[in-house]
Design a protein around this ligand. Structure first.
Ligand code: ADP
Length: 593
C-alpha cells in the first residue's frame, strides 16, 4: 500500500484539501473575529465618550482645564480607557494619561488628528494609528459635543491596540489549535478511508497482473457489499470466463494441430504480407523445409518457388480459388508433382490465403504408365495382326494356289497367331497377378523337383541352340509354401530367357541353395548380358533392351514382370546381376516355411 501511487494521490488530495480549507477557514474567521472585536471596542469607546460628554458638557472650556483633568483621572479608573478633551481649535484641554494640566497644555495641537477632524466635521470619527504622544498603536474614537445645537468641543476615547491584538491573537490561537486537531482527525480518517479503498484495488491490480501473465487461478477474496465488492465479483467471473475460453481455445488449437498434423495434404496459410502464419508437417515434407524455419518468414523465403508465390498473388487479385500443378525438387528427394489449391480466407482484407497441396506424383506416374502400357499393348498387338493380314491377303490374291509358298505363308500365320496368343496369355496372367485376382494353390512344394522338371521341359529348346542346360549344387529337400504352377512359371521364364539371350554353344546353369531362412535360386547364363543402365528397368512391363531382337525371338516383354510379381506374391523377390557379353545371373529369393 505504501508504494501505491493511487493511495498517495488520494491521501495527498484529501490532505491538501483539508489543510487548504482549514487555513482559509481560520484566516476568514480570525479576520471576521478581529472586525467583531474592533467593532465591540469601538462601541465601548463610543459609550465611554458619550458618558464623558454628558458628564462634562458644561465645562468644556480651557478655563476649566484643572477641574476637567481631575475628573478625567477619576473617569479613567472607571472606564479603563484613555480620555482626551479637545476644544474646537484642536487644543487639548485634558488628557487622562497626563498627570498635570501643565503636561496637558504642552501637548501639540490635535486639530488635524484624523478621528478629531472627522468628529468636528461629521459628529464622530475613528482611527487606528500610532499615538505620537504615547508612542504606541492606539484605537481612537472621537465625538463632537454640541451645546445648544452648537459644537462645543471634542471628546476622544482610546485604547492601546496591544490589548485589542492580545484578544485577537488568543482567539486565533484557539482557532489554530482547533484547526490542527480537526486536521489530524481528518488525516487519520482520510488515511483509513484511502487504505480501505486501496486494499481491494491493490488486490484487483495483483489479480489483473496475474491474469495478464496467464495465471487464472488466483480468485479475489473481497467480502464487501459496496461497488468494490461488486467489481471484485465481476472480476472473478470475468477471470473464470477468460480461463474457460482460453481452455476452449487451447483445445480447439490442439484439435486443429492434430488434424493438420495428421493430414496427408500439405497446408500453408499466409497473411496479407505473404508471411507464413501456419504450415503443417505434410507441407514441410512435400516442399522440403523445416517447421522451425517458417516463423515470420515470407512464403518465398520458405519455399523458393515463384509459381507458388504467383498463385497466392492471383488468388488475392481475383478473390477466387486458383489451382495449379507444380513440380518441386525437395532436398535429395526425387521430383514431385503437387496439385496446389489456393483459396482466399474469408473475412480478411487484404486477404489471407490458404494453400492446400496434394502430392499427385504417383497418380501422374500411374497415368503415364497406363498411357505407355496402352501404347505398348496396341503396338504389340498390331505387329502380329499386320503380319497375319498381309499373309492372308497374299494368299487370297492367288498365292493359295501356289503350292511352293502356300505352306510357308500358312506357317507364318500360325507363328504370328501363336505370338498373339502368348502375348494375350501373358497379359491376362500379369493382370490377374497384379490385381490380386489370381488364386494360388499354395502347398508345400519341393523346389528341387520343380527345377528338375523345368530343365527337362526346356531341354529341347536348349538343344536346338546347342546350349548346355544343367543344374549344379542342387540341394534336395528344400521345401517352401508356394503354388507349384506359379513357381514353375518363374523358373521356366528365367530359363527360357537365358536360352533366348545366349548364343549357340553357351551354357545355362541353375543353382539352388539355402541361406538361413531363404531359398536362393540362380539362373546363370553365358549370354549377351545386360548393360548396367537397363538392369533396374528389365522388370518393368514391355521393357526390352533390344526390342527388335526380343520380337524376333518371340518375346512379349512381359516375362520378367510376371516373374517379379509372382516372386512377390510368394513373399520373395528377384534380382539380377550381369556383365555385358559375359552373361547374366537372375536370383530368386523365397522364404523357407
Ligand atoms: P522378353 O519377352 O522380351 O524376353 P522379358 O520381360 O522376359 O521380355 O525380358 C525383358 C528384357 O530383359 C528382354 O527383352 C531382354 O532385353 C532382357 N533380358 C531378359 N533376360 C535376359 C538374359 N538372360 N540375358 C540378357 N538379357 C535378358
Amino acid at each position: 500500500m505504501w508504494s501505491s501511487r493511487l493511495f498517495w494521490k488520494l491521501f495527498g488530495s484529501y490532505g491538501f484539501l483539508s489543510v487548504g480549507t482549514t487555513i482559509l477557514f481560520v484566516t476568514v474567521v480570525s479576520q471576521w473575529q478581529q472586525e467583531q472585536i474592533v467593532n465591540q471596542i469601538k462601541i465601548r469607546l463610543h459609550d465611554a465618550a458619550v458618558l464623558v460628554a454628558s458628564d462634562i458638557l458644561d465645562e468644556l472650556v480651557l478655563e476649566r482645564a484643572e477641574s476637567l483633568q481631575t475628573q478625567l483621572l477619576r473617569l479613567r479608573q472607571k472606564l479603563d480607557t484613555r480620555i482626551t478633551l479637545v476644544n474646537l481649535d484642536g487644543i487639548v484641554i485634558a488628557d487622562s494619561d497626563r498627570v498635570s494640566v501643565s503636561d496637558v497644555l504642552q501637548m501639540e495641537n490635535h486639530r488635524e488628528r484624523p478621528e478629531l477632524r472627522a468628529a468636528r466635521l461629521q459628529g464622530q470619527g475613528t482611527a487606528q494609528r500610532r499615538s505620537s504622544t504615547l508612542e504606541k498603536p492606539m484605537l481612537y474614537f472621537a465625538i463632537r459635543v454640541d451645546k445648544n445645537q452648537e459644537p462645543a468641543g471634542l471628546v476622544r476615547t482610546a485604547l492601546p491596540m496591544t490589548r485589542v491584538n492580545q484578544q485577537i491573537s488568543s482567539i486565533t490561537q484557539v482557532l489554530w489549535v482547533a484547526a490542527i486537531l480537526v486536521n489530524l482527525a481528518v488525516a487519520g480518517l482520510t488515511f483509513f478511508l484511502s487504505a480501505h479503498v486501496m486494499e481491494p484495488i491493490a488486490a484487483l491490480t495483483k489479480s489483473a497482473q496475474a491474469i495478464a501473465s496467464g495465471n487464472y487461478t488466483s480468485a479475489l477474496r473481497v467480502k464487501r457489499q459496496d461497488e468494490l465488492g461488486t467489481l471484485a465479483n465481476s472480476f472473478n467471473l470475468m477471470s473464470e470466463q477468460f480461463s474457460a475460453r482460453e481452455q476452449q481455445l487451447r483445445e480447439s488449437n490442439q484439435r486443429l494441430e492434430a488434424v493438420l498434423g495428421g493430414m496427408a495434404e500439405g497446408v500453408i496459410a499466409v497473411d496479407e504480407r505473404d508471411r507464413v502464419i501456419l504450415a503443417n508437417a505434410a507441407a514441410a515434407e512435400l516442399l522440403g523445409f523445416t517447421m522451425a524455419d517458417v516463423e515470420s518468414l515470407s512464403l518465398l523465403e520458405v519455399v523458393r518457388h515463384h509459381m507458388l508465390q504467383q498463385l497466392v498473388t492471383d488468388t488475392r487479385a481475383t478473390e477466387s480459388l486458383q489451382r495449379a500443378e507444380l513440380e518441386v525438387h525437395s532436398g535429395s528427394e526425387n521430383r514431385r508433382v503437387l496439385d496446389v489449391q489456393s483459396t482466399p480466407l474469408p473475412d480478411t482484407s487484404p486477404q489471407r490465403v490458404i494453400l492446400v497441396l496434394h502430392d499427385v506424383t504417383d497418380l501422374r506416374r500411374l497415368e503415364s504408365m497406363r498411357q505407355e502400357f496402352v501404347a505398348n499393348v496396341s503396338h504389340e498387338l498390331k505387329t502380329p495382326l499386320s503380319s497375319i493380314r498381309a499373309y492372308a491377303e497374299t494368299l487370297s490374291a492367288g498365292a493359295v494356289n501356289d503350292p511352293e509358298h502356300r505352306g510357308t505363308f500358312l506357317h507364318r500365320i500360325e507363328e504370328q497367331a501363336d505370338r498373339l496368343n502368348n502375348l494375350i496369355q501373358d497379359l491376362l496372367s500379369l493382370s490377374r497377378i497384379e490385381s490380386g485376382r489370381q488364386t494360388y494353390d499354395i502347398a508345400t512344394v519341393n523346389v528341387a523337383d520343380i527345377v528338375t522338371t523345368c530343365i527337362a521341359e526346356n531341354q529341347g529348346a536348349a538343344n536346338l541352340k546347342r546350349i548346355h542346360l544343367s543344374c549344379s549344387d542342387i540341394q534336395q529337400d528344400l521345401r517352401i509354401q508356394a503354388d507349384e504352377e506359379g513357381l514353375a512359371q518363374i523358373i521356366n521364364n528365367l530359363i527360357g530367357n537365358a536360352i533366348k539371350y545366349t548364343s549357340e554353344g553357351g551354357e545355362v546353369t541353375v543353382v539352388l541353395r539355402q541361406q538361413e531362412s531363404t531359398i536362393c535360386m540362380d539362373v546363370r547364363d553365358t549370354g549377351i548380358g545386360i548393360d548396367e543402365e537397363h538392369l533396374t528397368r528389365v522388370f518393368e512391363r514391355f521393357y526390352r533392351v533390344d526390342k527388335a531382337r526380343s520380337r524376333e525371338l518371340g518375346g512379349t516383354g512381359l516375362g520378367l514382370a510376371i516373374v517379379k510379381h509372382l516372386a512377390q506374391a510368394f513373399g520373395g523377390n528377384v534380382t539380377v546381376t550381369s556383365q555385358p557379353t559375359k552373361g547374366s545371373t537372375f536370383t530368386v529369393q523365397l522364404p523357407v516355411t
